[in-house]
Structure formats: structure tokens, C-alpha cells
Design a protein around this ligand. Structure first.
Ligand SMILES: O=P(O)(O)OC[C@H]1O[C@H](O)[C@H](O)[C@@H](O)[C@@H]1O
Length: 514
């Protein structure tokens, strides 16, 4: 670590108030030179992707999230209109909601939002509202799971009569989201509210959700296109409809992303922050995910950034096979929360324990708006935050732990847009470096299929319950199922008021009856 290396490795965009310090990642010029041909391919692949190539070969789809903040880039007029028209519509819709042209079932102003979605259809909106939503015009809450208690707890915080419900699902067929919608619908109807008159859908045209919305007379429907992946959808209708309704500056959010896109589209490798970051990931993880990425923003409002990046990075890079069909089991694990908080939790292990990570510090230069008190002579809370961040970087490096630091001036719609765009492009670049498809998620399907099998078995087990007690083996024989899976079905039914359970000495001896 030296002053010279800091100066030489820094990628600084003065006009954006952004810098990337890679001096503690120890990426040598030789290492970069060794990636020479791959780096050429990184740029060529990106030109093709932005030009509308089928960048997701498995699903035969284009990958167009970069067009969202610069519709001029969209390869056809039709695609351009598919961005600009919904953008215009959603802004107009938000204005109508705010000014009372679109009103509640009872003719009142909508004051709250309930967003129902999961994965990319929730994480982006959650990040945006946490990061830049403090002065939002409408309070927002989320259903992002099929946990009934979680939904009840969220509903209890709402004034349903003043709540606009946004149901967001690209595919329109995700079970958790459908369940959330049906649960909300039941609760609203119980409260005497016509659900359709309080509901808006963001989904693919013609999807199940789209049809449901049409049949139930939803107030509005916004399209989501198949060339936008869920994990890169935050700057599409998915993120912009809730953001506009909260009254956030979506133009600045898009402008920040567009500005970062423009910088990182440059073939000047040394001045391309996304490329330098992708190379640093490659060096740190040996191009094989050997180290985890710990995300440490030193700013409370960015606390959800690690959760957001978890999906963006892990769903994009976590792949069994490379583009040539070789088994590579790629990926980079992402976790984190915020500094300095985490210094009082797991940073002990980062400093002294297993060296299986590299840290990503996110520095927000400005501590707060306005004056600060001195918490001890001469020092403010912001001085401490900075001191803890600088101290932790140094302490980790001293012990052979690598880190990089991204700096922004403050968390604004513009700078949030920049950060999102930086990581999106870094993921694209890294995927080329390690020769994988970043835009499909075949592994997610396995869990969904297994859940469907479980639900089918549960239905059969439910049908076999009678007043006479039986054990899992007996029921398994009757339904021709695996005894352990049947046992879990029986326990589930017993714990949800559908069966009686008496405990034996082991699960095999537990008895179940109606
Ligand atoms: O928006 P939806 O179609 O409901 O999808 C929600 C999420 O679920 C899927 O399982 C995908 O793996 C995610 O990439 C996606 O963001």
C-alpha cells in the first residue's frame, strides 16, 4: 500500500463525484496484461449486447437494461417506444395519484403503498425506498414472501382505505407474489374495499397477472418486457412505478445510471471503473469465486445495497456451466450490511479468521446536511464514521485482507443510479471474463419444481387423515410417498390446525389423526 499506488490505481470521475480506489486489491499490470484478449472480448460482447444481440442464449432473449436510461440506444424504434411510453405513462399516473385524479374506492387521496413482489420485483424497489425515500410522498411497505404472519404484520401497519397496492411480477406467475396478492385481496375485501379499485399491476403483457388485473378491473397496468431481467429491472417500470409514486426524482436516478453507463462504455481500460472492478473481482477470486464479496457501505441509507447486490451478483454469476458447456460452478458469494455497525459483529473474523473474502467499502463523503456537534473535543460523529472506515481498511490490509473503496459525495437519486449501473456493468464484464451467461437462472427452477412436488404430496397426505391415528410410514404406504417427506407434511398439518399429533420416541413413532 503506497501513496503512489493509490494515485495510480484510482479511477476518478470528478464530474460525477465518484471514485474507485483499488490500491488495496494488488492487481498488477502483469495480471491485467494476462487478461488482454479477454478484455477485448469484454468490450466486444458489450457492444453486441447493447446493440440488441441475443445475449441470453438459453432463453433466446436480448438483454436491454442499459437502454432503459438511454432509449436512443435501443436497436429499434419499437423498443425505444417500449421504454419511453411507459415512462411517460407512469409519471402521469403518479401525478394523477398525487393530485387526486386517481382516488381510492371511497374517493379519497391514496396515501400509502403496499408493494407485492419478490426477488428482482422487490429488492430494487426496497433499495430505492431505503436509500432515497426519506421524504417520500407515500409511505411504502412490502410483501416479499409467502409468510402468512409476515403479511398479517404488514397489513396491521396499513390504513387499507388509503392504500394503493402495486403487484409486481415480470413473469406474472410467481407463486409467492400471487399468494400475497390473494391475501391482500381477501383482507381488502374483508374491510369492504373493492380490491381492483386499489390495485395496479406491473407485469409482462398477457401474463397470468396481467389477465387477472384486467378481469378484476385494476386501476392501471404497466408493462414489463422480456428483455429486462428481474435482477436488472430496478430502472424499468418495476422500480420506477413505485419510485414515481413515492415522489422520488426518477429522472435523476436514470441520469445517474446513464452517466455511469457512458463512462464505463469507454474502451479506455484504465479509466473504466466497471472494467477495473471486474478485473479486481477476477484477481481476488482467482476467476473462480474463491473469495466472497463483503459489502460495507458506511451509510445507514445504503444498508440494503448488499441484499440487492446479492441477487444481482449471485443470480448472474452463480452458474454450473460456462458458455461452452463445461462444468465450472462459478459465482461470487455476497454478504454485508453496513459500517461501522458490522465492526462490532463479524469484522473480527474478517481481520483475524479465515481469509476467504475481499471487502467493498462504500464511502459517502458527506456526513450529514448542516452542522454537527462535537462528540468529543474537535470530533464529530462523521469524523468517527470516516475514522472507523479508514481504520478498518488499514487493519484488514495489514493482515493480508484485500479491499476496495467506492466513494460518492452523498446518497442521492443520481448517485444511487450510478452505483446500480456500475455494478450491473461490472457483472456483465465479469461474466465475459469467466465465460458464463449472466442472464439466465436455471438453478432457481429446481427449487420451484421441488416445491410443487411437495405441495402435491401434501394434498395427498391431507386426504388420508382420519380419526384413527397413523404413523408416517403407514401414510407413506397409502400415498406411495417417501416416509420422511410424508412425515414433514403431517407435522406441517398438525402445526396448522389440520391434524392432531402425539409424539412418540422418534419421528417414526409419532402418531397423526384428524
Ligand atoms: O418478477 P417475477 O417474474 O415475479 O420474478 C421474481 C424473481 O423470481 C425468480 O425466481 C427469478 O429467479 C428472479 O430473477 C426474479 O426476480
Amino acid at each position: 500500500m503506497s501513496w503512489k499506488e493509490y494515485n495510480e490505481s484510482l479511477v476518478r470521475y470528478d464530474d460525477l463525484g465518484f471514485s474507485l480506489d483499488l490500491s488495496l486489491m494488488d492487481v498488477t499490470a502483469d495480471y491485467k496484461a494476462g487478461l488482454g484478449d479477454k478484455i477485448t472480448k469484454v468490450f466486444d460482447d458489450m457492444v453486441a449486447l447493447e446493440g440488441g444481440a441475443i445475449a441470453n442464449p438459453d432463453e433466446a432473449r436480448m438483454v436491454g437494461h442499459y437502454w432503459l436510461r438511454n432509449p436512443e440506444l435501443a436497436p429499434t424504434g419499437e423498443l425505444k417506444a417500449a421504454i419511453t411510453q411507459p415512462l411517460k405513462d407512469l409519471k402521469e399516473f403518479a401525478e394523477h395519484v398525487h393530485t387526486g385524479r386517481v382516488v381510492t374506492f371511497e374517493g379519497k387521496i391514496f396515501k400509502e403503498l403496499l408493494l407485492i413482489g419478490i426477488g428482482g420485483s422487490a429488492l430494487g424497489p426496497q433499495l430505492v425506498s431505503q436509500a432515497i425515500g426519506k421524504d417520500a410522498k407515500m409511505k411504502i411497505t412490502f410483501f416479499d414472501n409467502t409468510d402468512p404472519q409476515g403479511m398479517d404484520d404488514t397489513l396491521a401497519t396499513l390504513n387499507m382505505a388509503e392504500t394503493l397496492v402495486l403487484i409486481i411480477s415480470k413473469s406474472g406467475g410467481t407463486p409467492e407474489t400471487r399468494n400475497g396478492m390473494l391475501e391482500a385481496k381477501a383482507a381488502f375485501e374483508k374491510a369492504g374495499i373493492d380490491f381492483g379499485k386499489h390495485a395496479v399491476a406491473v407485469t409482462g403483457v398477457g401474463s397470468k397477472l396481467d389477465r387477472f388485473a384486467e378481469e378484476h378491473g385494476f386501476i392501471a397496468r404497466f408493462p414489463m418486457d422480456d428483455w429486462i431481467g428481474g435482477r436488472t429491472s430496478v430502472l424499468s417500470t418495476v422500480g420506477l412505478v413505485p419510485a414515481a409514486l413515492q415522489g422520488l426524482d426518477i429522472d435523476a436516478l436514470l441520469a445517474g445510471a446513464a452517466a455511469m453507463d457512458e463512462k464505463t462504455r469507454s474502451r479506455e481500460a484504465d479509466d473504466n471503473a466497471a472494467l477495473q472492478l471486474a478485473i479486481a473481482w477476477h484477481k481476488a477470486t482467482n476467476g473462480r469465486g474463491e473469495k466472497d464479496m463483503v459489502i460495507l457501505p458506511y451509510k445507514d441509507s445504503l444498508v440494503l445495497f448488499s441484499k440487492y447486490l446479492q441477487q444481482l451478483v449471485m443470480e448472474s454469476l452463480g452458474k454450473e456451466k460456462d458458455l461452452d458447456g463445461n462444468v465450472v460452478n462459478q459465482g461470487i458469494a455476497v454478504y454485508g450490511n453496513k459500517g461501522s455497525t458490522d465492526q462490532h459483529a463479524y469484522v473480527q473474523q474478517l481481520r483475524d479468521g479465515v481469509n476467504n473474502f475481499f471487502a467493498t467499502f462504500i464511502e459517502v463523503r458527506r456526513g450529514r446536511e448542516g452542522k454537527s456537534i462535537e462528540v468529543d473535543p474537535g470530533n464529530t460523529s462523521a469524523d468517527y464514521l470516516q475514522g472507523f472506515m479508514r481504520g478498518t481498511r488499514g487493519a484488514l490490509y495489514e493482515n493480508g485482507r484485500k479491499s476496495l473503496t467506492i466513494s460518492i459525495y452523498e446518497v442521492t437519486p443520481f448517485s444511487l443510479g450510478m452505483l446500480i449501473a456500475l455494478f450491473e456493468r461490472t457483472v456483465s464484464f465479469y461474466a465475459t471474463l469467466v465465460n458464463i451467461n449472466a442472464y439466465h437462472q436455471p438453478g432457481v427452477e429446481a427449487g420451484k419444481a421441488a416445491a410443487a412436488t411437495f405441495l402435491n404430496l401434501l394434498g395427498r397426505v391431507r386426504g388420508r387423515l382420519v380419526s384413527e391415528a397413523k404413523n408416517a410410514d403407514e401414510v407413506a404406504f397409502e400415498v406411495d410417498g417417501d416416509p420422511e417427506a410424508v412425515y414433514h407434511c403431517l407435522v406441517h398439518l398438525a402445526n396448522n390446525g389440520e391434524a392432531q399429533m402425539s409424539m412418540g420416541k422418534s419421528p417414526a413413532e409419532d402418531l397423526f389423526q384428524l
